[in-house]
Design a protein around this ligand. Structure first.
Ligand code: NAI
Length: 505
């Protein structure tokens, strides 16, 4: 199915943050665009705002003045909805209310031609429900842009139960023509991004609640080891806790209280207190002028580097061994089960068990576990935990060893799966369930998380890098440690592991 031709008329309804951005994207792609809002003057005001933004791009040399003029000429504010009758595509970005959106769609389908596509930018409402009761529900689909629409590449093209596949295909092709990275998804709560991203917030919130580490340390681990642009606390402070908490609550309710999506009491308390994040001056962090930003807890050690013996390999953490060697550390090798002996200490990548439990079960003394990193050859920080019997001297040896290779260590309390590993395991688990339930393909889910929320790597590709069997073990161990439905591994992971396949086979 091909994209709408450039001369196809596009209408955008709702001239708020999203509508204005979408109108800009469509006009930039060459379409004549009518922008309508039921607040008198709002559409014209939004177009002035777009033009000012384009002006800034001209000043920076990113757009030439003629293009700015042409885009502005293609944008037309309209005060009456009747003026949208000749549209080939209408995208609504009005208030997030099912009844109001549905009655707008009803009005549009009587007004516009029968081939007109009616798209909704809703982030949380069901496309199936929005289209229900319409004469032509097959012409309705979701076209979910991310904020700010001109900058964010992702568009979730959402099919409801009645959506004609040709309509979804046309919106997909049109999004590509608009310079976007679209994905196909089904109308299920949270679509792809708002569903698969939930564990990113939930695991950090839980770790904080359990006292595993403080906000600054957990944020630093997600950034410096996980490769995420921001940790969950700084990110939710930016998004606004009212917004982020409401999305979690709506996804939790929509999945009939599935514990995987259970909202966090500590986030609710922030909302109750009016600590909504940056916009209110206080969230997990204090944004008052002069307020000191807490620093992540980092360990240091003056211990001399003890001789190292690698037994087997460290799995996905194996590049750490080369990094240590590059730092001048001598490591001898022998067969074994994935341990690095550092003097009296034993270092291993977490498998989701508590350090103390693993030490006892595997008969290891002075066990220190390390967390997952996006790239062990580059990570500037690693999370570690230790079993209860690990001596301060043994811990010191590990800290000194990692410091020699330029890695700062942050200690978490003895916590299953530490921070990055359990978060990535849960993101991948959610992504796997979304694939299993036909919400999206593995490729689209990975793309959505990279292009929609800037993850450094798609969670399913990450799962493959860790190894599906290893990831499954982490989840099984988390599940055993907590005894909660929340950590139940997806059937798809178990099936792929049993069949020795990956998501992309
Ligand atoms: P907004 O509040 O900034 O803008 C909504 C605009 O719609 C307002 O200008 C309002 O006057 C207008 N409006 C309300 N009812 C109308 C009606 N019946 N007819 C015509 N105009 C009407 O809201 P925002 O943030 O732009 O969100 C709009 C939609 O986009 C919502 O469905 C929201 O869930 C969705 N969305 C929002 C994102 C965000 O980050 N803000 C991201 C992705 C989707």
């Amino acid at each position: 199915m091909s994209a709408l031709s450039k001369d196809a008329k596009v209408a955008v309804i709702g001239a708020g943050a999203m509508g204005a951005g979408i109108a800009q994207v469509a006009a930039l792609a060459g379409h004549p665009v009518k922008l309508h809002d039921n607040r008198p003057g709002a559409a014209a005001q939004a177009i002035d705002g777009i033009d000012r933004q384009l002006g800034r791009l001209v000043e920076k040399g990113k757009l030439d003045a003629a293009a700015r003029g042409a885009i502005a000429a293609r944008l037309q504010p309209v005060e009456s909805i009747e003026a949208l009758a000749d549209s080939a595509l209408v995208i609504e970005a009005i208030v997030e209310n099912l009844e109001i959106k549905r009655s707008l769609l009803q009005q549009l389908e009587t007004l516009c031609g029968e081939n007109c596509i009616l798209a909704s930018n809703t982030s949380s409402l069901s496309i199936t429900s929005l289209a229900a009761g319409l004469k032509r529900p097959q012409r309705v689909a979701g076209m979910h842009f991310f904020n700010p629409a001109p900058l964010m590449a992702l568009v979730e093209v959402v099919s409801g139960l009645a959506t004609d596949p040709a309509v979804a295909a046309s919106l997909y092709a049109t999004s590509v023509a608009w310079g976007k990275k679209p994905v196909h998804t089904r109308s299920t709560p949270g679509f792809i991004v708002n569903r698969v991203a939930r564990p990113f917030y939930a695991e950090s919130l839980r770790l904080l609640q359990e006292g595993a580490a403080d906000c600054a340390t957990l944020d630093a681990l997600m950034r410096d080891a996980g490769g995420f642009r921001m940790g969950a606390f700084e990110l939710t402070d930016l998004i606004g806790h009212d917004v982020n908490y409401a999305v979690t609550c709506s996804v939790f309710a929509a999945y009939y209280g599935d514990f995987r999506f259970q909202p966090s009491l500590i986030q609710k308390e922030l909302v109750d207190a009016g600590r909504l994040g940056r916009k209110s001056g206080h969230g997990f962090y204090d944004y008052a002028e002069g307020a000191e930003r807490p620093q992540p807890a980092s360990l240091s050690s003056a211990a001399s580097i003890a001789p190292c013996v690698l037994e087997g390999d460290l799995g996905v953490a194996q590049p750490l061994v080369q990094r240590l060697k590059d730092a001048g550390i001598e490591i001898t090798q022998r067969a074994g089960s994935g341990l690095l002996r550092v003097g009296d200490a034993v270092l291993a990548l977490s498998d989701g068990r508590l350090a103390s439990q693993r030490a006892r079960e595997d008969g290891l003394r002075n066990l220190v576990l390390i967390d997952l990193a996006l790239g062990y050859s580059k990570a500037s920080r690693l999370g570690i935990s230790a079993s209860a019997d690990t001596s301060p001297e043994a811990l010191d040896q590990v800290v000194a060893l990692l410091a020699k290779a330029g890695i700062t260590t942050s200690r978490l309390s003895d916590t299953p799966g530490l921070a990055v590993l359990r978060t990535v395991a849960m993101l991948a688990n959610e992504g796997a369930d979304a694939v299993l339930h036909g919400v999206g393909s593995a490729g689209d889910i990975d793309l959505a998380m990279r292009a929609g929320v800037n993850y450094p790597q798609g969670p399913l590709a990450w799962a493959e890098q860790i190894g599906i069997g290893n990831l499954l073990r982490v989840l099984d161990n988390l599940n055993a440690a907590y005894g909660e439905d929340r950590y139940r591994p997806s059937l798809l992971l178990r099936r792929l592991h049993a069949e020795r396949r990956t998501f992309h086979d």
